[in-house]
Design a protein around this ligand. Structure first.
Ligand code: COA
Length: 260
């Protein structure tokens, strides 16, 4: 698959998807959103891909938001469709059934923070800046930012970031629970790849079950969430990987999970 705005690279079971518009700080125009949707559909459908790393080209930005020049010139009715397309793409990422790690070297603003928040884990360089500055454009986040930040960091932090529009540094984002880890910029890639490699070696059915129980179950009443969890547990119990995992423990050796 050929993309104009993305780079795709595979390293064994880990696929890296890079938004590649560094001269625009990787801003999300409509074409990039459509390409991300297609790239994640392909990653979800490919059994050889166990983990995805999502990042932005260059050291300055993950993604600096929706493309403001496109926003400024697109008719209002089309911008509603744009918000819906961005939301649908980000929901696809969130529901991929495989871990997606956002590797954040620099600015993650507006649609960029929204994109990072639909990933399952976020690792930021200590130089990163995160925020939802849409208010300064007379807008609000339209790709799920009000909802995902609320769930990640609570109402006070969400209202502060959305109403002031002021970016926060990586350390504060970590303190608020928005990013999982903050590392020196020079260690960002190695740390992210080590985590991706670790997750790629886990049993895929168990990974899928955890993602589904946490993401879908977490949005439901607790009895429904507990039911998701029990159902996913039951599915895993019937896999060869579960037999392999328990046998490996008893034989005091590392497990070799095959996804069956
Ligand atoms: N959409 C379109 N273009 C963008 C962009 C965006 N969201 N963010 C940055 N760019 C472009 C700039 O226009 C500039 O292009 P140019 O060289 O053709 O003029 C280029 O990327 C570099 O950005 P620049 O502003 O010169 O870098 P900076 O270091 O001075 O500032 C930011 C960096 C991130 C603080 C600043 O670019 C910014 O505020 N961007 C917008 C963030 C935003 O509001 N995002 C939410 C959008 S909904």
């Amino acid at each position: 698959m050929d993309f104009d705005c993305l780079l795709i690279a595979d390293d064994g079971p880990v696929r890296t998807i890079t938004v590649n518009r560094p001269d625009k700080l990787n801003a999300l125009n409509q074409a990039t959103i459509a390409e991300l949707d297609a790239a994640f559909a392909a990653a979800g459908a490919d059994p050889a891909v166990r983990v995805v790393i999502l990042t932005g080209a260059g050291s300055k930005a993950f993604v600096a938001g929706a493309d403001i020049s496109e926003l400024a010139t697109t008719p209002a009715a089309d911008l509603l469709a744009f918000a819906r397309a961005g939301q649908a793409m980000m929901s696809r990422v969130e529901r991929l059934g495989k871990p997606v790690i956002a590797m954040i070297p620099g600015f993650a603003l507006g649609g960029g923070l929204e994109l990072a928040m639909c990933c399952h884990l976020r690792i930021a360089a200590d130089t990163a800046k995160l925020g939802l500055p849409e208010i300064n454009l007379g807008l609000l986040p339209g790709f799920g930012g009000t909802q995902r930040l609320l769930r990640l960091a609570g109402r006070a932090a969400t209202l502060e970031l959305t109403l002031t529009g002021k970016p926060i540094d990586a350390a504060r984002a970590h303190a608020l629970g928005i990013v999982n880890r903050v590392v020196p910029a020079t260690e960002l890639e190695a740390t992210t790849r080590a985590l991706a490699g670790e997750l790629a070696a886990k049993a895929p059915h168990a990974v899928r079950g955890i993602l589904s129980a946490v993401l879908l179950g977490g949005e439901a009443a607790i009895d429904t969430g507990l039911d998701y969890e029990a159902q996913a547990f039951g599915v895993c119990a019937a896999t060869e990987d579960m037999r392999e995992g328990t046998r490996a423990f008893l034989e005091k050796r590392p497990a070799n999970f095959t996804g069956r």
